[in-house]
Design a protein around this ligand. Structure first.
Ligand SMILES: *[C@@H]1O[C@H](CO)[C@@H](O)[C@H](O)[C@H]1NC(C)=O
Ligand SMILES: *[C@@H]1O[C@H](CO)[C@@H](O)[C@H](O)[C@H]1NC(C)=O
Ligand SMILES: *[C@@H]1O[C@H](CO)[C@@H](O)[C@H](O)[C@H]1NC(C)=O
Ligand SMILES: *[C@@H]1O[C@H](CO)[C@@H](O)[C@H](O)[C@H]1NC(C)=O
Length: 461
């Protein structure tokens, strides 16, 4: 199959001063062509497969996790559109960042590697297993085993010493945020556990998913009205009640989708249905304006940071996934996906002549750079997040045209290993920690942080 979209894009440019990305919903060819144009602009930001660069890294200012999120998007892109153009770069990046320990804990990233960062790569591996993304060669890491490796490490990092459970944001004591338990880290754990339960049929994963969700509720991060707050700070005497109440679209998305997976595998349990309905309702109230998705906290005031500029793409991904796992939500979600897709494509009309503040220059087709706001014409903000959000908005409208994610029993081919990720020699590859950092963090917590890498190491401490 050949993909000629860059050329169609250029042709339309010749005739018009403002190109924008044309999109006719309901016309599969049009949706695929629009997605291809936007994907082309997105991958132009990626330099990791150039000679001398590192596969799986985006240039500054993008953090490592966002590349994992991007390749997760590209795995779905291939599945939804059939366009294999980026598969090679995707596999190369995924395997390189899985690294020798096969757990998405590359030593180079230790300084920025929190549970949520590792999580976005693990979720990409899970999507690869569920979508039957081509399996790597036998001697390489396998998608399902990678997801299990990260699950296993999270299970050993579950910390009952504070707040009655939960994953901390950070893995290493010396990184800021080790004293914070946040919804996205626990959301990654929850979402992955639910999907592993569905894929493998192993009840242990389902039990974990239920436990994580209930912990989020008990600690007050998911409220009775299904607001989902960012996280709690662990401080002596504060009882884990010092809550950061900012609500981010990806937190709603990741819990919504995980709840839908649990609903599906429990054969429509009323508990999970109530959770889906509650989160979906809260999502629509918070993150949609006239049917168009907005990052409610920072989009209108205009202070979303580089990370936050990519969150709408993930909410889109998980809204679409929810319609597969809980088909009764389709009638509610489809119109929201469609109105956002139309708005997002309309905002892909930029021809920037200079980079947005702090981001690299757009090198896609002129007239097709996507802005951040979808409630307005092209707003001039351009970057990986903007491009990835719009790609998601457009391509996930195809969700009802494709098969549901497979399981081990329904055609999945990815090889797993329930014990992956445990007893890794990762400890030897940690960067040197200064005495100051050790003292600041305290020996006990350091031991916990190290212990989580491999059960045996903890015993040695
Ligand atoms: C890197 O990947 C992109 C997208 O798949 C591809 O167009 C490009 O040729 C690749 N570059 C190298 C050096 O392989
Ligand atoms: C770690 O950094 C080195 C030096 O830049 C690079 O060669 C290597 O590929 C990196 N490893 C990973 C897993 O990114
Ligand atoms: C189910 O998952 C748990 C947790 O990872 C694992 O310990 C157990 O071996 C798995 N069971 C099977 C039958 O694979
Ligand atoms: C579970 O997901 C499958 C695949 O999408 C779907 O056909 C089925 O109806 C779902 N089950 C429930 C209870 O909604």
């Amino acid at each position: 199959m050949r993909w000629l979209v860059p050329f169609t894009g250029l042709v339309s440019l010749l005739g018009q001063s403002v190109a924008a990305v044309e999109l006719t919903l309901g016309n599969e060819a049009s949706v695929k062509s629009a997605a291809s144009t936007i994907a082309f602009g997105l991958l132009k930001f990626y330099t990791g497969n150039n000679t001398g660069d590192t596969p799986g890294n985006l240039p500054d200012p993008y953090f490592w996790w966002e590349t994992g999120a991007m390749f997760g998007t590209m795995i779905d892109y291939w599945f939804l559109t059939g366009d294999p153009s980026y598969n090679e770069a995707t596999t190369q990046a995924m395997l390189h960042q899985a690294s020798n320990t096969r757990d998405f804990m590359p030593p180079n990233q230790t300084r920025t590697l929190g549970n949520d960062d590792q999580g976005f790569w693990a979720l990409a591996a899970m999507s690869a297993a569920e979508n039957k993304f081509p399996d790597p060669p036998k001697d390489q890491a396998q998608w399902l085993a990678l997801a299990q490796a990260v699950f296993n490490q999270w299970a050993t990092r579950w910390d009952e010493e504070t707040c009655g459970g939960g994953l901390r944001w950070q893995i290493f004591t010396f990184n800021n945020g080790f004293n914070y338990k946040n919804s996205i880290s626990n959301g990654c754990f929850f979402n992955l556990a639910a999907r592993l339960a569905r894929f493998t049929g192993n009840q242990t994963y389902a039990d974990w998913a239920a436990k994580i969700f209930e912990w989020e509720q008990t600690v007050g991060l998911i409220t009775p009205g299904f607001d989902i707050y960012d996280g709690v700070t662990i401080k002596e005497g504060n009882n884990c009640r010092e809550t950061d109440q900012i609500q981010w679209s990806y937190n709603h998305g990741i819990f919504l989708h995980g709840a839908a997976v649990m609903y599906n595998i429990t054969k429509a349990s009323s508990v999970w249905k109530q959770r889906i309905d509650g989160i979906l309702d809260s999502t629509v109230k918070l993150f949609y304006k006239n049917g168009i998705m907005v990052e409610q906290f920072c989009e209108d005031p205009g202070f979303c940071d580089i990370d936050q500029q990519s969150f709408k793409g993930y909410l889109t991904r998980w809204m679409a996934g929810t319609t597969q796992m809980a088909p009764y939500t389709f009638d509610t979600i489809r119109p929201l996906l469609e109105s956002s897709a139309t708005a997002a494509a309309r905002a892909c009309s930029g021809s920037p002549t200079a980079p947005s503040t702090g981001q690299p220059m757009f090198k896609g087709i002129p007239g097709t750079a996507c802005g951040f706001k979808w409630t307005a014409p092209f707003d001039g903000l351009v970057g990986v997040g903007e491009q990835m959000n719009a790609l998601s908005a457009v391509m996930y409208t195809l969700v009802s045209k494709v098969a549901s994610p497979v399981t081990a029993d329904t055609g999945g081919t990815s090889q797993g290993n329930p014990n992956a990720g445990l007893n890794q020699p990762s400890i030897g590859s940690l960067p040197e920690i200064t005495l100051g950092e050790k003292v600041a963090a305290g020996f006990v917590t350091t031991a916990i942080a190290f212990g989580v890498i491999g059960g045996s190491v903890f015993v040695m401490f």
